[in-house]
Design a protein around this ligand. Structure first.
Ligand SMILES: NC(=O)c1ccc[n+]([C@@H]2O[C@H](COP(=O)([O-])OP(=O)(O)OC[C@H]3O[C@@H](n4cnc5c(N)ncnc54)[C@H](OP(=O)(O)O)[C@@H]3O)[C@@H](O)[C@H]2O)c1
Length: 235
């Protein structure tokens, strides 16, 4: 499947996986619309940035309506990528951090998806990518709230692909292990390093998934660093 002239919305494009996705989808020939609080430095005739805090349903609605009212007039791909994590003992986690994670990682995904699904249903085509995490597959000490949001992404995604498959809309949930991005800025113990996954490689996997044939649906993509703490000497 070629992606030329496909209209792709990506949330959270200022850096990391979202920025890599913008670059790679532009190379594939997509029209890319980035939604986020901050833009990246990409200059490309097929790239447009619409300032959007995904926690704000009015801003999300306005951004998507702006895309539909433009010459593009449709949305083929939605990548719900915007997200963040805070870490720590459950009794120490400020309510504001709990709320920000749920509002961004879950509400933002819901706000975007609910606006885009009717468009994809009307067009009889679409692919929604939700970025969960391996924290959406297993519990981790000091990561309870972030894990809870990413388990919610899993539940949402697994329900949605069954709900939308007969409308020819694919839903793929991505479960990366640690990726070398700015994500760990709030972590007291983890610094990004070269044994993590690279954002370009995660983005390339997602682009591959978007290019699969119509009748080929990758439901879940779990990907981890082979040696997340570096090589161990083995006998
Ligand atoms: N890095 C990892 O190890 C890892 C592993 C598994 C899953 N993930 C997930 O992958 C996704 C991308 O993370 P990343 O690793 O690329 O981290 P990142 O470099 O910190 O990028 C996160 C992106 O989300 C945006 N964002 C945050 N809050 C937002 C909001 N309210 N509205 C709009 N955009 C917002 C950020 O933009 P601003 O400039 O506005 O902050 C930024 O562009 C996240 O969902 C994350 O949970 C990451």
């Amino acid at each position: 499947m070629k992606l030329v002239n496909r209209i792709a919305i990506i949330t959270g494009v200022s850096k990391g996986i979202g920025e890599s996705l913008c670059k790679q989808l532009l190379t594939e020939g997509c029209v890319v619309i980035g939604l986020g609080r901050n833009n990246n430095a990409i200059q490309h005739e097929n790239y447009q940035f619409i300032p959007t805090d995904v926690r704000n349903v009015s801003e999300v609605n306005a951004a998507i309506e702006q895309v539909l009212a433009s010459r593009h007039g449709k949305i083929d791909i939605l990548i719900n990528n915007a997200g963040l994590g805070y870490f720590g003992n459950v009794e120490d986690l400020p309510l504001e951090q709990w709320d920000e994670m749920f509002q961004t990682n879950i509400n933002g995904m819901f706000y975007c998806t609910r606006k885009v699904v009717p468009v994809m249903k009307a067009n009889g085509v679409g692919h929604i990518i939700n970025i969960s995490s391996t924290a959406g597959l297993e519990g981790m000490p000091m990561v309870s709230a972030y894990c809870a949001t990413k388990w919610a992404v899993k539940g949402f995604s697994e329900s949605l692909w069954k709900e939308l498959r007969d409308f020819k809309i694919k839903v793929t949930c991505v479960y990366p292990g640690s990726v070398k991005t700015d994500f760990f800025r709030n972590s007291p113990s983890i610094q990004p390093h070269d044994y993590m996954l690279m954002p370009d490689d995660v983005a390339a996997m997602i682009v591959y998934s978007l290019k699969t044939p119509d009748n080929f649906h990758q439901v879940n993509l779990e990907v981890r660093p082979l040696q997340p703490k570096g090589p161990k000497s083995v006998q």
